[in-house]
Design a binder for this molecule. Structure first.
Ligand code: SF4
Length: 187
């Protein structure tokens, strides 16, 4: 039975069939230990991000950094899903992010139902399901589907995806193509 242990090669093939049903074709398997968790990421959330205190899946609505680190240590594997997009204006990113996240949470549910009871998705962005976020877990109107992005859990996305061979750069303009990454935690 799958779940509760590292996926075997056969398990991965079955899981990849599920990924394909969702048309998620650009992904890489990594060991969960490759996920870099760093305090500076949380500091960037607190000092410098306009979403701080306004989103139900962002700091300070998430656990402390050490608890995040501990969370990742409870998994053997992760799948990084890569998405690219070019937008004409910053607002265009929101509906795209919302649609991708809807599929990502459906995928998490499907993987869960296939036996991986620990399956947990980190969105490629902050939760964008609602036009006006309640700003807290208590007030969230979609508690079962809202998930944090990796940065919310103090993941150094730059270091982590680069170590997996994926591209990512700081963008200087919204016209440039974005490389965004979601993480499926699995064991
Ligand atoms: S589901 Fe809505 S209320 Fe809940 S975190 Fe996402 S945007 Fe906020």
């Amino acid at each position: 039975m799958p779940g509760g242990r590292a996926p075997t090669i056969t398990d991965r093939i079955r899981l990849e069939e599920i990924f394909a049903r969702f048309n998620f074709t650009d992904y890489r398997w990594i060991e969960a230990t490759q996920i870099v968790v760093a305090n500076w990421v949380r500091f960037k959330c607190i000092f410098g991000c306009s979403s701080y205190g306004k989103k139900g899946t962002c700091p300070p609505q998430v656990p402390p950094v050490e608890e995040c680190r501990s969370f990742f240590s409870e998994y053997s594997d992760a799948v990084i899903f890569h998405f690219t997009k070019q937008v004409d204006s910053p607002e265009d990113r929101i509906p795209w992010s919302r649609e991708v996240s809807k599929e990502l949470i459906r995928l998490e549910n499907e993987v869960f139902r296939s036996g991986y009871y620990k399956a947990f998705m980190l969105f490629m962005d902050e939760c964008r399901f609602c036009v006006n976020c309640a700003g807290s877990r208590e007030g969230c109107i979609n508690k079962s589907d809202a998930r944090p992005g990796p940065e919310s859990l103090a993941v150094d996305v730059f270091s982590t995806v680069r170590s997996a061979g994926y591209p990512i750069e700081v963008l200087s303009d919204y016209n440039q193509e974005m490389n965004r990454y979601a993480f499926l935690m699995i064991e």
